[in-house]
Design a protein around this ligand. Structure first.
Ligand code: 3EB
Length: 310
């Protein structure tokens, strides 16, 4: 642990445990389940790390409200929920209604970062694809609650094997700053072909909790404009993804060496070592966690998210 720990610090670990100074703990394992203090999501971790830990300088306070299990300190709120509702649009709409309501009730009304896991995310054709239904439910809940585009969180949206929907998120007492990527159309402005409602997320959000700036970079992929580039070519998709990550980090005020953690979602497990090697060249200080999963667009072979601390 570093000498001057901020209010909230991410780490990827092997077999991590809960403790007084752990705000968030997510394990990647066989069965999706919400325990009293941790969430397990059914995905295969390839490589050593199999857990995501958010450490807190101060001891945390734990609670549960409206189906959301949470922990908070003076500045940050970490929430988790699992839904067994089979209709994914309804599950997602209800989940985001709860997220908005509970974070407002608890005094952390700014949701800065959300991780979305949808079983069978690529199942269903056309507008019935589960990812598109998910997007619709999220959009309708957030906009009905009064959020404008500039308040959408950064996000990742990928698969999981078991369960229906699992979401974990970080919220703050203070608004974050959104960052978009000029090489990419903002997701909330994607054209109709990507579904009846656009995906409601920012490319990154920057938070200045307690003076130390935290940069949450969304799941980032080989998307330029709004189109997938390099279909079928994992090396070229990796390079395009790194180019997008570098652009988003730069506009967030972060240098490559500021990146603490990077999570790689990889559609085909066999691709992971090549992707990780390229990322280590560009971001040498980052701890890596690799998960094998479906990704929200069928033609994407990887998606990479990052957290930087300035
Ligand atoms: C993209 O750039 C890739 O719907 O929350 C990345 C991160 C993607 C988050 C989401 C989707 C989401 O559009 C897909």
């Amino acid at each position: 642990m570093r000498a001057h720990m901020g209010p909230l610090e991410p780490e990827y670990a092997e077999d991590a445990r809960i403790g007084d100074h752990v705000l968030g703990l997510v394990r990647f394992g066989s069965v999706t389940s919400q325990e009293r203090q941790a969430l397990t999501i059914s995905m295969t971790a390839v490589g050593a790390a199999n857990a995501e830990v958010w450490r807190s300088r101060e001891p945390v306070v734990r609670g549960e409200r409206d189906g959301i299990v949470f922990a908070r300190n003076g500045t940050a709120f970490f929430g988790m929920l699992v839904s067994s509702e089979k209709e994914i649009e309804k599950a997602t709409r209800q989940a985001y209604e709860s997220i908005v309501a509970v974070t407002r009730q608890e005094g952390f009304p700014f949701v800065l970062r959300a991780w979305n896991h949808v079983r069978g995310i690529n199942e269903g054709e056309g507008d019935c694809e589960r990812y598109k239904r998910f997007s619709a439910g999220r959009h309708d809940a957030l906009t009905t609650a009064g959020l404008s585009r500039t308040e959408f969180p950064s996000a990742s949206a990928v698969g999981m094997r078991d369960g229906e929907l699992a979401i974990y998120f970080i919220a703050s007492r203070m608004a974050g700053r959104q960052v978009e990527n000029p090489r990419q159309v903002s997701a909330y402005l994607y054209p109709r072909e990507y579904g009846p409602r656009p995906p409601s997320f920012a490319r990154a959000t920057v938070s200045s909790m307690n003076g130390s700036a935290l940069v949450f970079v969304s799941g980032t992929a080989s998307v330029v404009g709004h189109e997938t580039k390099h279909v079928g070519d994992v090396e070229a998709q990796t390079d395009e993804t790194i180019c997008n990550l570098a652009g988003i980090l730069g506009r967030s005020g972060a240098a490559p060496g500021d990146v603490r953690t990077m999570k790689i979602y990889v559609r085909r497990a066999a691709d992971w070592e090549g992707i990780a090697a390229r990322l280590r060249q560009s971001f040498p200080a980052a701890g890596l966690l690799v998960l094998e999963t479906e990704i929200c667009r069928r033609d994407l072979l990887l998606e990479v998210e990052a957290v930087a601390i300035l």
